[in-house]
Design a protein around this ligand. Structure first.
Ligand code: ADP
Ligand code: MG
Ligand code: MG
Length: 924
């Protein structure tokens, strides 16, 4: 039996594949992302400094007993021997010493892992050897003092300050400003001083034995896997602990060996805009982190064609091949040692949403990836960002140039917010509500009693907390742009100011918060709402998403009417204008038109009130006849905008009292009028007509009062009590359809009855309404297709869906009410008081009003779909609640066999992509 393999040399990728069964994802799991790619590059002939990876399995084994597993260290030693052979150098050798770096690398790059330690293997003796070899004493002692410092802080856990104090003190004493002014002797002395820091802080000497250095560094990487920052991050992002991190030990190459050496980082395409052009920086005569640290000004990568032409040519060739090899934009690190190019890392590059779309679409055109891959490369959230208002690049640049950049923190919730600063929730709410101001709430951190302020604010800024802090969670839940943990910002709540250095913001002053990037600016930055039409690549991508969804067989055939194409995306639109926008955004139907909005228009409300206050059916019909032409006109507009596509119109849903003023308002008005008419009153004249009318209305409001209107007289119940209203509505719908049909438009009205809980409700009302449709078609001598269906938003409707489907020709889930009734929560009350606590405590993992609760509400939906289709296989099923625009919920709708999702017009593009993701993810 061969012993367990804990270590893989970079050229042993085949063995690693074999060990995990060939799957590349598993190789990445075993060797970490960095290690797997180093090995992979080695295997395709890219120059990579020799080295090896200690596996994530070794890391996991280490966690159990806090010691290296049996055989691991021996394998490290023999791998070092291989590396020595490959390089012709000797670790700890006195002639040609081998130096190595120790680099952590989990499957996914994540914060909290140990920082890379360079130059391992340097000690008092090898330093001398390196001087002989390089004839560059300054370089050697600069490297040595860096090693002692890095090793001391990263591996031995000594604070940075302990070293910095010594370093700064030394420079001050000698009057040295820039590090580059340190002489060789200075650096030698500092190395000794740093060794003293180690001795003082740890009680032992900086290890001179190279293997001791290697061992401690290796162990420190394993320990960092269970460090607090790493663990916190994994908890927040659901990364399991048993993923482990690998350790990569790699021969050092030196970019700081003179002016024929250098180091740099580059992306194969522009990560900001996706342009297909090498994008990066390099520095001559510099080592690794110098490029990123910003100590010296870097040069654009293209300039390397002049300074190091041979290496540049080879570099371009290599990265071009790497991109083809990985079929994705690469982010690479490289070093040139005395003219020779070495690649130190490659990975798929992070990118902005805009470049994600462009790169994906371009790569399809280049034949690198197929359309499905392109679709999966872009997330629905990225599409969302591309359609949200953003700060213009020019206004940001200008603000920076004018010194109005204030600070930055964690980009907790995307979007661009401009507003006046207030330092507590009450003031934020007051200024927003009473003064109609645009406000930004600023706090050190937030608590549940701050939510009322956060909800009215345009944006939120905190100086403490991370991506999962209360502020961040709430902001994301409610879609408020938010930056948290801007730790440079000092907030002085007593004096109502915040400041960074000498930039001071007083309460009431304007700031701009970019939740997408985490930046905060002083003053008001310009925003723009990006248009979809101008984003050609995005249009392309969404077109492909629609193609995927429209492909028969993309969902396997479950029989009983289960659709074999993917989800269609419809929109919720109350006005022709919204319908037009929805169609432009790619909606192929209207899933919800709420008619009551039409009742609230100022010139219609009096007729609506007259209808409500009517004492007889005739009086009511008279008032309704005033409304009919208005409604008919609205519907004509909708049908015309949606020519050829289905339009679902929901009959009146809310309780009637919503159309009347509140009792308090009426009382106020009556009192005001009485005071105005005091003189008449004293003279004993009777009350004026207007006061009588107000009193009538007040009585009516009193009689309509319900203790729980959400469960009271509304929806289909209202139609049964006052059928005249819905009869008028259906007449308006059908007459509108007839009128536009006569003009050559192809209307598809679908009339939706809300809040059905019992089939007998439908049995009573639906035939009366269908009769109107028939009557209108006969009268107008025109034919068109129409449907009558039911909204499904009561649990009883779900479990008796087979009965309902005997009458209803379509179902549409109203997930807001369905969630309220299934959980027994009133949404407003829940979100205002306990829901966040529930999420924080993990009682609920998500807000069920935003993402369908699959186990509860979702199960009821599944039952409804199945039972409904048993009776009526051609039953059309969709969703029109807010969850219809939520990617996770869309996936669920796909899985239970719905025909479409309907969401707000602005979310249609997001939903189109999410629908395609669901289809691709679950095909087969
Ligand atoms: P990170 O994951 O933080 O990027 P890396 O392990 O990539 O950390 O290393 C940090 C820096 O050190 C990078 O610039 C990298 O190129 C450089 N580096 C790492 N190993 C070596 C090596 N063997 N020779 C030269 N430079 C190295
Ligand atoms: Mg790196
Ligand atoms: Mg409802």
């Amino acid at each position: 039996m061969s012993e367990k393999k804990w270590v893989y040399l970079f050229h042993e990728i085949d063995k690693a594949k074999e060990a995990v069964g060939g799957d590349w994802e598993f190789v990445r799991g075993l060797l970490g992302g960095k290690g797997a790619n180093l090995a992979d590059m080695t295997s395709i002939g890219v120059p990579v400094p020799p080295g090896f990876s200690v596996t994530t399995e070794a890391c996991n084994a280490y966690q159990i007993k806090e010691e290296f597993p049996d055989g691991m260290w021996d394998q490290v030693l023999s791998s070092m021997a291989d590396v020595e052979k490959a390089t012709g150098k000797v670790f700890g050798g006195k002639e040609n010493p081998l130096l190595v770096s120790c680099r952590s690398g989990a499957k996914f790059s994540m914060p909290g892992m140990m920082d890379t330690v360079l130059n391992i293997g340097l000690n008092d003796e090898t330093a001398v050897a390196m001087v002989n070899l390089t004839k560059n004493e300054r370089f050697v002692f600069d490297s040595y003092r860096r090693l002692v410092q890095m090793f001391g802080s990263v591996v031995l856990g000594i604070t940075d300050e302990a070293f910095e104090e010594v370093f700064d003190g030394y420079k001050a004493k000698k009057g040295i400003v820039a590090d580059t002014d340190l002489t060789t002797d200075d650096l030698k002395l500092l190395t000794e001083k740093f060794k003293m820091v180690v001795l003082e802080e740890k009680g032992f000497e900086f290890p001179q034995d190279p293997y001791e250095q290697l061992k401690l560094a290796n162990e420190a990487v394993f320990k960092s896997w269970m460090g607090k920052r790493a663990v916190d991050y994994r908890r927040a992002t659901d990364i399991p602990d048993d993923l482990g991190t690998a350790v990569n030990i790699q021969t050092m190459v030196f970019g700081n060996m003179g002016w024929d050496s250098g180091t740099g980082v580059a992306f194969t395409r522009n990560p900001a805009n996706g342009e297909k052009k090498l994008y990066g920086d390099y520095l001559l005569n510099a080592q690794g982190e110098d490029v990123v640290a910003g100590i010296r000004n870097t040069e654009p990568i293209q300039h390397m064609s002049e300074t190091l032409p041979e290496a540049y040519k080879q570099f371009v060739e290599i990265v071009t091949n790497l991109e083809k090899h990985y079929r994705d934009m690469q982010d690479v690190e490289f070093t040139i040692e005395r003219g020779k190019l070495w690649m130190l890392q490659t990975r798929n590059g992070k990118r902005t949403p805009g470049s994600a779309v462009k790169i994906a679409v371009d790569m399809v055109a280049e034949g690198l990836i197929d359309k499905r891959t392109a679709i999966m490369r872009v997330t629905p959230e990225q599409v969302d960002t591309l359609l949200h208002p953003q700060f213009s690049a020019e206004s940001k640049r200008a603000a920076k140039a004018e010194g109005r950049f204030f600070s930055s923190g964690v980009n907790a919730s995307p979007g661009a917010a401009v507003g006046q600063v207030y330092f507590d929730a009450d003031k934020t709410e007051q200024m927003a509500k009473e003064e109609n101001q645009k406000t930004i709430m600023v706090r050190p951190f937030t608590k549940p009693d701050d939510v009322h302020g956060m909800l009215v604010a345009q944006g939120i800024l905190t100086s403490e907390g991370g991506a999962t802090s209360h502020a961040a969670v709430v902001a994301r839940q409610f879609g408020v742009p938010c930056v948290v943990g801007a730790s440079a910002v000092k907030i002085d709540l007593d004096h109502r100011v915040m400041y960074v250095g000498d930039q001071v913001v007083k309460e009431g002053e304007w700031i701009s918060v970019d939740g997408t990037t985490g930046e905060v600016y002083l003053g008001q930055l310009e925003r723009f709402a990006p248009s979809l039409e101008e984003q050609k690549e995005l249009l392309n991508l969404l077109g492909w998403a629609d193609e995927i969804c429209a492909t028969p067989g993309v969902r396997s055939d479950h029989g009983k009417g289960f659709p074999t194409v993917g989800l269609k995306v419809w929109a919720n639109a109350d006005y022709p204008q919204d319908a037009k926008r929805a169609r432009e955004y790619g909606a192929t139907g209207i899933g919800l038109c709420r008619t009551e909005h039409m009742f609230f228009e100022p010139e219609r409300l009096p007729s609506v009130q007259k209808m409500i206050l009517a004492k007889s059916s005739e009086e009511r019909t008279e008032a309704l006849n005033e409304l009919l032409p208005h409604q008919r006109k609205d519907f004509e507009g909708l049908f015309t905008a949606m020519d050829g596509l289905p339009v679902i119109i929901r009959l009146i849903d809310p309780p009637l009292h919503e159309f009347l003023p509140s009792a308090e308002d009426l009382q106020d008005q009556i009192i005001t009028k009485r005071i105005e008419n005091m003189a008449d009153y004293i003279l004993g004249k009777s009350e004026t007509k207007s006061i009588q009318e107000l009193e009538n209305m007040l009585r009516e409001v009193g009689s309509l009062h319900e203790s729980n209107p959400m469960m009271g007289l509304r929806g289909v119940r209202l139609s049964i009590m006052m059928p005249e209203i819905v009869e008028m509505q259906v007449r308006a719908i059908m007459e509108a359809a007839a009128n536009v049909a006569l003009k050559g438009v192809d209307p598809h009205p679908e009339v939706m009855i809300p809040l059905t809980g019992h089939v007998n409700e439908l049995k009573l009302i639906q035939p009366r309404l269908e009769a109107i449709a028939v009557e209108v078609m006969e009268a107008k001598k025109v034919k068109f297709n129409y449907k009558f269906g039911s909204m499904i938003e009561i649990p009883r409707a779900c479990v008796t869906a087979d009965e309902l489907a005997g009458i209803a020709e379509f179902f549409s889930f109203g997930t807001n009410d369905l969630t309220q009734m299934t959980f027994g929560y009133s949404r407003d009350d829940a979100e205002r008081s306990f829901l966040l606590k529930y999420i924080e405590e993990g009682i609920l993992s998500k807000n069920p009003f935003q993402t369908i609760d699959r186990a509860g509400v979702g199960e009821l939906m599944r039952i409804a779909v199945n039972k409904g289709r048993e009776v009526r296989p051609e039953l059309e099923v969709g969703i029109c609640g807010e969850a219809g625009g939520d990617p996770n919920s869309i996936e669920f709708c796909h899985l239970i066999g719905q025909n479409y999702v309907s969401c707000s017009p602005f979310r249609v593009p997001v939903a189109r992509l999410a629908a395609a993701h669901a289809a691709i993810k679950h095909q087969n």
